[in-house]
Structures are given as structure tokens and as C-alpha cells.
Design a protein around this ligand. Structure first.
Ligand code: C5P
Length: 228
């Protein structure tokens, strides 16, 4: 394995966040006096493995992001779907990068220790994702909401971001998804399309995605709790 693999970070901040009931997209609301998107941006910018940062956001918000001088920062415009935003970001990754790591900026509580364990899994397996074991009982249903099946909870994970893979896996996965018109809701689904293994790394239940005003309150509590 390479001494210090180069990791390109694609930080997704291009959503409108309709469920937040706020005119400002949720990733730019303040959490602990700092825009939500900057919490994970600053963490990525502090890593020695961070080769380059690509932020996908409306041009209006670009000025918010400023990394340390030694890390190149590029911007991509958002697409209609999340996967389009990832695709746009991928076009700005340097051809010589070793890994591409995609993160939802709406997850500000990502822990450095989880991120480093995720990187190690990607170096070993080519693709990896953070997730937590599902606590609830999950059933699938038919179109009339009758239960089809109760899924085996011991095999279920709630998948989070970051999600990381070798760039060639993302490029080949996108080629297949675009050719077949497949919608994906996360990034390693592109790798799964190729039947390439994806390692799940157990992360933290606190790495929540902020979607509604209640989520923002929960994130504030987690941060207050971490400080005491
Ligand atoms: O909408 P959702 O919460 O699933 O979005 C996850 C992340 O992807 C958010 O950080 C959002 O800003 C980003 N996103 C994007 N482009 C889109 C949709 C979502 O960058 N078209």
C-alpha cells in the first residue's frame, strides 16, 4: 500500500433543504456559531491525507469556505439530484488521486476517529462506508402497505456518510448507472453495481443528518454534551 494515499474530498452542500422550513439551505444554518457545512469542512481540511477539497454548492456560498493554504480548494455546481452533484464534484478530482471520499455537509458531527478508521478500511478493501447497526425492527411492504417481510435486524445497517472508494470504481459505477438510468441514493451503491465489495465501518449514532428543525436541536444537545 502507498505510504500516504491521496484522498480527494467531495463535500456536498448543494441541496435546498426544503424540510428545514428555512429560506437559508440547512447546511448554512448556524450550529455552535458556525455554519453547519463548515464543521465537517474544517475537519477534512485538518487531515494530513486530504489531497484536495471539492465543495459542491451554489456559487453564492463559495466565500464561506477557506482551507489552509496548502490544500487546493475547488468548487462544483450542484445538480438536480444528489447523485448529479456527486458526479459534478467527481469531474474536479485530480486524475492522480488515490481515493474519493464523499460527505454530506448536513452531517456536522462526524468524528475524526471514525473518519480515520473509514480511511483504513478503504485502503484495505477499495471501498468503505460508515454505518450504525439498526436499532428498530424493519419490515418491507407492498404498495398497499401490507407487510411483505420482516427483515433480519442482525444484518441491517443504517448507512451514513462519508463514503469512500477508489476513483475508478466511482467512474465505472457512474458509467453503468448513467447507461442504465439507475437512481442511487448513496455513493457506494455505484460500487455495488459493479459487484465490488464495500466494507461497512461502525460509526457513531451521533453522526446524524440534519433534515428538520428537530434534528438541529438534537445536534446542539450532542455538542453541548460533548463539551461537559
Ligand atoms: O437532501 P439530503 O439531505 O439527502 O442531502 C444530503 C446532502 O447532499 C446535503 O448535504 C445536501 O446539501 C447535498 N445535496 C447536494 N445536491 C443535491 C441534493 C443534495 O449537494 N442536488
Amino acid at each position: 500500500m502507498l505510504e500516504k494515499p491521496r484522498i480527494s474530498i467531495i463535500l456536498l452542500a448543494g441541496g435546498l433543504g426544503g424540510r428545514m422550513q428555512s429560506p437559508l439551505p440547512k447546511q448554512f444554518l448556524l450550529l455552535d456559531d458556525k455554519p453547519i457545512a463548515l464543521h465537517s469542512f474544517d475537519l477534512f481540511a485538518s487531515l494530513r491525507n486530504c489531497y484536495e477539497l471539492i465543495v459542491v454548492c451554489d456559487p453564492h456560498y463559495r466565500d464561506l469556505f477557506s482551507p489552509p493554504q496548502e490544500i487546493p480548494l475547488r468548487f462544483a455546481d450542484p445538480g438536480l439530484r444528489r447523485q448529479d452533484s456527486v458526479y459534478h464534484g467527481l469531474q474536479f478530482c485530480s486524475p492522480d488521486t488515490d481515493f474519493v471520499c464523499v460527505h454530506d455537509s448536513a452531517r456536522p458531527l462526524l468524528e475524526k476517529e471514525d473518519l480515520l478508521r473509514l480511511f483504513e478500511a478503504a485502503f484495505a478493501h477499495g471501498a468503505a462506508v460508515l454505518g450504525v447497526p439498526v436499532k428498530a425492527t424493519i419490515k418491507s411492504s407492498d404498495e398497499n402497505h401490507f407487510v411483505k417481510e420482516t427483515l433480519n435486524r442482525n444484518e441491517l445497517w443504517e448507512i451514513q456518510t462519508p463514503q469512500i472508494a477508489k476513483p475508478s470504481l466511482f467512474h465505472r459505477g457512474f458509467a453503468l448507472a448513467n447507461q442504465k438510468g439507475i437512481d442511487v441514493t448513496d455513493d457506494v451503491s455505484l460500487v455495488e453495481l459493479l459487484n465490488h465489495p464495500v466494507k461497512i465501518v461502525k460509526g457513531s449514532y451521533e453522526n446524524i443528518k440534519i433534515t428538520t428543525p428537530e434534528d438541529l436541536e438534537i445536534a446542539k444537545r450532542f455538542l453541548e454534551h460533548a463539551k461537559v
